[in-house]
Write a protein that binds this ligand. Structure first.
Ligand SMILES: [Zn+2]
Length: 364
C-alpha cells in the first residue's frame, strides 16, 4: 500500500486499478532504448509479472539511453542485468527472462502466458513477427519506433482494433530504411517514446475499454509536436494473418543479434535493414539489376576494397551463389564484419525487387 500509495490515491485507479496491475502479465521484447524505460516504469508501478526477452549483452554505447543498466553491467547479458536491477527496484514483481530472444520458432510459445506484448526492438523483421504472432494469438501489443529526433507509438490488435499490418501491410525493402545504430539517437528521445509505450501499457491494463486503440501517434522532439493518425482496420488482412495458412515471417539473422551466418536466403535478404546489394558478376552478365547498390566483379574486388565501407552491411550476389560466397570470404579476410552471400540467383533477386517496387508504396 505504501509503495503504490500515490497512484492508488488517483480516484480512477484506486485499489481496483492496482489489483489489475498486480494481476497483469506483460512481455517486453528487446531490453534496449525503448524496453529499458518500459521495464523500469512497469516494475515500479507494480505490474505483477514481467517477461524480458533479449539476447544482447550490455555495451558501453548503450548506457546513454538504456538507464536500466550501469557501467558495471557492461558485458553482462541484458536479461540478467535487467532482472537484477528490476528485482532491486521492486521485489514484488516476478521477472522471467528469455535470453534466447524471440524468433519464428519460439515466439508463439513465449508470448502464450502474457496478456500484453511490448515491442522494444528496433527492426522490421521482429516487428512483423510480433504482430503476426499477436494477431494469431489474439493478443494486444504496443509498438514504438524511433527515427532521429522523432518517434511513433501505438497499441495494436486490442479488442478488435487494427494491427500493424493494417497500417503498413508489408515490410520495407532491404536498405530502404536505416536504423538507430546507423542514424544515431539522443537518449531522451528513446526515453520519451519508451515512456509513452509504458504509459499506454498502464492504460491498457487499468482502463482496457478507454485506451486509444485506433491510432498511431507521431512525436517530433524538435518541435514537441504530437500528431495523431487514425488507422482503419483492414479486416481481410487481419483475417488472413489469423488463418492457419499464414506462416509467421522468418526473422533474419541480425534481427535478434544472433551471430550472423554468412549466407542469406532471399527472404532474409529482402527484410535485412540497412543492407546494400553487391553484384560480384562480370559487367556483361545478365540480367542487369537496375536497383542494385554496387557492382564490382569478383576478380576486381580485392583491388577495389576502398569503394566499400566496413561500417556498412553488404549482401553479395552472383548467378548461382558460388562467387558470392568467395566474395564474402575475401571481405571477411579484410575484416568486413557484416557481409553475406545471397543463396539465390541474380534472376530471383531481380524478380523480388521488381515485385517489391510494384506493391509497396508506403512511407515508413
Ligand atoms: Zn490488421
Amino acid at each position: 500500500m505504501e509503495r503504490y500509495q500515490r497512484q492508488i490515491q488517483l480516484e480512477d485507479i484506486g485499489l481496483k486499478g492496482q489489483q489489475a496491475l498486480a494481476n497483469a502479465k506483460v512481455l517486453v521484447v528487446g531490453a534496449g532504448g525503448l524496453g529499458s524505460p518500459v521495464l523500469q516504469y512497469l516494475a515500479a508501478a507494480g505490474v505483477g509479472s514481467l517477461g524480458v526477452a533479449d539476447m544482447d549483452t550490455v555495451a558501453l554505447s548503450n548506457l546513454h539511453r538504456q538507464l536500466l543498466y550501469t557501467t558495471a553491467d557492461v558485458g553482462k547479458p541484458k536479461v540478467q542485468a535487467a532482472k537484477e536491477r528490476l528485482e532491486s527496484l521492486n521485489p514484488n514483481v516476478e521477472i522471467r527472462v528469455y535470453p534466447e530472444g524471440v524468433h519464428t520458432a519460439n515466439v508463439m510459445q513465449i508470448i502464450q502466458p502474457y496478456d500484453l506484448i511490448i515491442d522494444g526492438t528496433d527492426n522490421f523483421s521482429a516487428r512483423y513477427l510480433i504482430n503476426d504472432a499477436c494477431v494469431k494469438s489474439k493478443k494486444a501489443w504496443i509498438y514504438g519506433a524511433l527515427f532521429k529526433h522523432q518517434g511513433q507509438f501505438a497499441l495494436f490488435n486490442h479488442r478488435g482494433g487494427p494491427c500493424y499490418r493494417c497500417l503498413y501491410p508489408k515490410p520495407p525493402a532491404a536498405g530502404e530504411v536505416a536504423g538507430c545504430n546507423v542514424l544515431g539517437v539522443l537518449g531522451t528521445v528513446a526515453g520519451i517514446i519508451g515512456l509513452q509505450m509504458a504509459h499506454l501499457a498502464l492504460q491498457t491494463i487499468i482502463w482496457p475499454e478507454e485506451v486509444p486503440n485506433q491510432s498511431v501517434y507521431y512525436m517530433n522532439q524538435h518541435t514537441f509536436n504530437l500528431q495523431q493518425l487514425k488507422i482503419s482496420k483492414n479486416q481481410n488482412l487481419c483475417d488472413n494473418v489469423q488463418s492457419e495458412s499464414w506462416e509467421l515471417p522468418r526473422t533474419n539473422a541480425l534481427a535478434n543479434c544472433e551471430l550472423p551466418k554468412n549466407t542469406l536466403s532471399l527472404n532474409d535478404a529482402m527484410v535485412l535493414d540497412q543492407a546494400l546489394f553487391l553484384d560480384v558478376r562480370e559487367i556483361q552478365e545478365l540480367p542487369r539489376i537496375g536497383a542494385v547498390d554496387l557492382q564490382i566483379p569478383l576478380g576486381e574486388l580485392e583491388q577495389r576494397l576502398n569503394e566499400l565501407d566496413k561500417e556498412k552491411t553488404y549482401i553479395a550476389f552472383c548467378k548461382s551463389g558460388q562467387r558470392a560466397k568467395t566474395a564474402v570470404n575475401l571481405l571477411k579476410k579484410h575484416h568486413f564484419e557484416a557481409v553475406y552471400a545471397l543463396s539465390s540467383s541474380a534472376q530471383h533477386l531481380k524478380n523480388a525487387i521488381e515485385n517489391e517496387n510494384s506493391t509497396t508504396n508506403e512511407v515508413y
